[in-house]
Ligand binder design. Structure first.
Ligand SMILES: O=c1[nH]cnc2c1ncn2[C@H]1C[C@H](O)[C@@H](CO)O1
Ligand SMILES: [Zn+2]
Length: 365
């Protein structure tokens, strides 16, 4: 079985990672101190990390989302946003991620003095500062909160910052009771602007949410999308029947931004071993693997891959397939995607497959 160390060295691509779900615990504590945020249950980084994961893994999306009050609470200034964005880029690169799309909801960071454009400027500054010190390409996705009514403004601000690295629009937050079609005008704006769209859909609500995201809102990718399995029937003798929507998603190669650990925490799957990702992979859906929220779920990209390797005995070929799937599905220009696949991902996986390099004695000969 491939080791965690090898997985850390493998090049990885991450399409679904929330900025406010991935702060370093130490940074949360320091920012609370600096900004005067007094809502933290503890200021000890270790206890704080434990608190976040205990909050997250209670079995429902609504409970999972409660921890974000703190990470959002400490990121209401330019300096805080710059810092957490820079640190996110550093942490991803240090975990072997070569391309990432980081998402966040600008409207959640306007409780202090900042306007939406200030928020975007600060986050993009931080992203660029991180990229200056690491070998990684990073893009940004703006989420509108589906439970609020600012999605049109958020789509506008996302498009306004496209030349600085914003590549897509998404909606996030509680899914049940908040269908994608409530935000049609925002999606229509993004479509008119030839902007990319992904939608959190089929995470804690069924295929109807996926159908609306794709057929009404123009989603190119699905955030999670795991409930597509509700439209797939597997008989006792192993025959598989795809419903109309499940067939469409596979035929059209719609990328699924799957986040196994997060789904276990929100009750979307009972365990990694029982996660629909295995069936969907076997049926050759365009599956990708993602962290969702590194702090909340105490997970990294290497950790997600390691869990899958252990549960399903995946090999390097499988990890490369998942990584190439993700790179093909990125909201980044086609020529750069190809370059990353051909010049970075494939050669680095090939190097990992080679026998160990010569030791000191061989080298001296
Ligand atoms: O997995 C998720 N589903 C729905 N909403 C989510 C998920 N992870 C994070 N969020 C929310 C909470 C954050 O404050 C917001 C923007 O990143 O997105
Ligand atoms: Zn998410």
């Amino acid at each position: 079985m491939i080791s965690h160390d090898l997985i850390e060295r493998a090049p990885k691509v991450l399409l679904h990672d929330h900025l406010d779900g991935g702060l370093r615990p130490q940074t949360v504590a320091e920012l609370a101190d600096e900004t005067g945020y007094d809502g933290l249950p503890t200021s000890d980084p270790h206890d704080l990390a434990q608190h976040f994961v205990d909050t997250a893994r209670r079995g429902s999306l609504e409970e999972y989302l409660e921890g974000f009050a703190h990470t959002v609470g400490v990121t209401q200034t330019r300096e805080a946003l710059q810092r957490v964005a820079r640190e996110a880029v550093e942490d991803l690169a240090d975990d072997g991620v070569v391309y990432a799309e980081i998402r966040f909801a600008p409207e959640l960071h306007t409780m202090g003095d900042l306007e939406l454009d200030d928020v975007l400027e600060a986050v993009l500054d931080g992203v660029h500062a991180g990229q200056a010190t690491r070998d990684i390409t990073v893009a940004v996705i703006c989420c509108a909160m589906r439970t609020a009514a600012r999605s049109y403004e958020i789509a506008e601000v996302a498009v306004r910052w496209r030349e600085q690295g914003v590549v897509g629009f998404d909606i996030a937050g509680a899914e049940a009771g908040f269908p994608p079609t409530q935000h049609l005008d925002a999606f229509q704006l993004a479509l008119r602007e030839c902007f990319h769209i992904t939608v959190h859909a089929g995470e804690s609500f069924g295929p109807r949410s996926i159908w609306e995201a794709l057929q009404w809102c123009g989603a190119e990718r699905l955030g999670h999308g795991l409930r597509i399995v509700d439209d797939i029937t597997v008989t006792d003798d192993g025959d598989v029947e795809l419903g109309r929507l499940a067939g469409y998603v596979r035929d059209r190669r719609i990328p699924l931004e799957m986040c196994p650990t997060s789904n276990v925490h929100t009750g979307g799957a009972r365990s990694i071993a029982e996660h629909p990702i295995q069936l969907l992979r076997q049926l050759r859906y365009r599956v990708t693997v993602n962290t969702d929220n590194r702090l909340m779920s105490d997970i990294t990209m290497s950790g997600e891959f390691t869990n899958l390797v252990e549960a399903f005995d995946l090999g390097l070929d499988d990890l490369q397939w998942l990584t190439v799937n993700a790179m093909k599905s990125a909201f980044w220009p086609f020529d750069d995607r190809l370059r990353l696949i051909e010049d970075v991902i494939k050669p680095r996986y090939a190097a990992l497959r080679e026998p160990a390099t010569a030791g000191p004695r061989d080298a001296a000969r």
